[in-house]
Design a protein around this ligand. Structure first.
Ligand SMILES: [Zn+2]
Length: 492
């Protein structure tokens, strides 16, 4: 504990007494704070651009809120479904599950190495996650916010069988990239349908797929637009770009397909669909539900299976005084991500929560999980660039977390991101600036301040017998040498 706020817990009350920065003793209302951290996609190691967007900022926030006396639940996990993992597994000759296992381990090591203080870091391939996703799907379906729709799906003309999205490639109708996939363009990031592609081709045998009518499920976003607009109008204190971007998205909401022709994903929990091997819930629909499923898993593991409700079920919105039973009322939730993920957190996820809670224009009743809280704040970072270029694993413009941590302490990177990260503008990582920040600011400035503050009382009160006890923090080391040229390490 330290810093400006030094709380003293008063047993039996939801309050903390805390010293304000001016030294006065104040009363803080204790809240249940959910730190909901974006789920890394399990198809490769993390680079420092990733962790500057979601990892370090959320960890700084969670640690601060704990010191300020709040009950913090920080959850995340790896996002493991979808076409890209299936495609990569096919290419590597392994199952999607094996590929996801491999990268789950790699990512856990990256994030653990950085010292991120998750209460639970789980995965989207757990039984619990499947059950929670299916519960939300069923609840929204019952309330009328998920509707079946006939759409055009691809089949192979030579075999007559369904051609899954991942086996279709063509030119992106939005940016003109010539290797866009049936579900998404990797160049511009837009979600696509196979029928949108210009000159679509089967990746199996090059033939042009035939499009026939097929049934899929759609999220009725227009029926949820009004409740989303009202909610966004109540949001104060968000970064202005996030709020502006989110409001603009509401102007043109269309129903959105949430199932795909794919075998790797969560089964559709309806009669006649449950056992179909060729239709699955789409990855973005299941991944955002991870915040809720991870909270439920954390509660079960903690021995109090209902404990997640303190973070998710408020009767009157967040920030109000707790009810007599201590449940709800004081829950707040903060979501951390890079800016390419804003739409999923400020529109899609709140739409799912509202639909499940029965709060859109079709009304309805909450399911067994109760009425679920909308985000208090969506905290989005801009991009970290590297020596002026965008990070890209495929273009080898990248510094992987594990390579970084082989040469430097986690604190050096954490400090750089905290002090110079892309909070409201894109910012650039250069080795020269990293060394300057570490050597001049962290080591010479802050390090000296801490060192003098600690050693002065020791000098005046005699030597401490416990000055080298195990577990004391390692002193931050100066980065005494320049790193190897970026071009050499970027090929790893
Ligand atoms: Zn594109």
């Amino acid at each position: 504990m330290g810093g400006a706020v030094d709380p003293v817990r008063r047993a039996g009350t939801p309050y903390w007494f805390a010293a304000a920065p001016d030294g006065s003793l104040g009363l803080l209302l204790m809240s249940h704070v959910l730190a909901a951290v974006a789920w890394p996609y399990a198809n490769g190691p993390r680079h420092i651009g990733h962790v500057s967007g979601f990892g370090v900022p959320s960890d700084v926030f969670a640690r601060y809120m704990r010191m300020a006396g709040h009950d913090v639940l920080m959850v995340s996990g790896t996002d493991e479904h979808g076409t890209p993992i299936q495609v990569q597994a096919d290419a590597d000759g392994v199952t999607p599950r094996e590929l996801a296992d491999r990268y789950n381990r790699v990512i856990v090591e990256d994030l653990h190495g950085l010292g991120l203080s998750y209460d639970l870091f789980t995965r989207t391939t757990t039984r619990n996650h499947y059950a929670v996703v299916q519960e939300l799907f069923e609840g929204m379906y019952r309330n009328g916010y998920i509707v079946p729709k006939t759409t055009m799906g691809a089949i192979s003309p030579s075999t007559g069988r369904t051609l899954p999205d991942r086996y279709i490639e063509g030119t992106c109708p939005i940016c003109g990239y010539d290797s866009a996939r049936g579900d998404q363009c990797d160049n511009c990031g837009n979600q696509l349908d196979p029928i949108d592609l210009i000159d679509p081709k089967s990746r199996i045998n090059g033939e042009t797929p035939k499009f026939v009518e097929t049934e899929h499920f759609f999220l009725d976003l227009p029926a949820l637009a009004e409740v989303l607009r009202q909610w966004l109008d109540t949001r104060d204190g968000w970064r202005p770009n996030v709020l502006r971007f989110s409001r603009n998205l509401l102007d043109d909401l269309q129903p959105r397909a949430i199932t795909r022709d794919l075998e790797w994903g969560v089964p559709i929990p309806l009669d006649g669909w449950r056992d179909r091997p060729d239709k699955r819930i789409y990855v973005w629909f299941d991944a955002v539900i991870g915040y809720l499923s991870a909270s439920i898993e954390w509660a079960r593991r903690s021995g109090d299976p209902e404990a997640w409700r303190k973070y998710w079920n408020s009767k009157d919105g967040e920030g109000s005084v707790p009810s007599a039973d201590g449940v709800g009322g004081d829950a707040r939730s903060y979501y951390f991500m890079g800016k390419d993920n804003i739409v999923f957190h400020s529109v899609i996820w709140p739409a799912l929560l509202s639909g499940y809670s029965g709060e859109g224009s079709r009304d309805g009743e909450p399911g067994e999980l109760g009425r679920l809280n909308l985000p208090t704040e969506v905290v989005s970072s801009e991009y970290l660039t590297m020596e002026g270029r965008k990070f890209s694993s495929s273009r080898k413009v990248v510094i992987y977390v594990r390579d970084f941590l082989e040469r430097y302490d986690a604190d050096a990177l954490r400090y750089f991101i905290a002090a110079a990260g892309p909070e409201s503008n894109d910012t650039d990582f250069t080795w020269a600036e990293f060394l300057r920040r570490n050597n001049d600011e962290l080591v010479a400035g802050w390090g000296n301040l801490v060192n003098r503050s600690v050693s002065m009382p020791r000098r005046t009160s005699g030597p401490s017998r416990r000055s080298t006890r195990p577990g004391s923090p390692r002193p931050t080391r100066r980065c005494s040498r320049w790193p190897a040229p970026v071009s050499a390490r970027s090929a790893t």
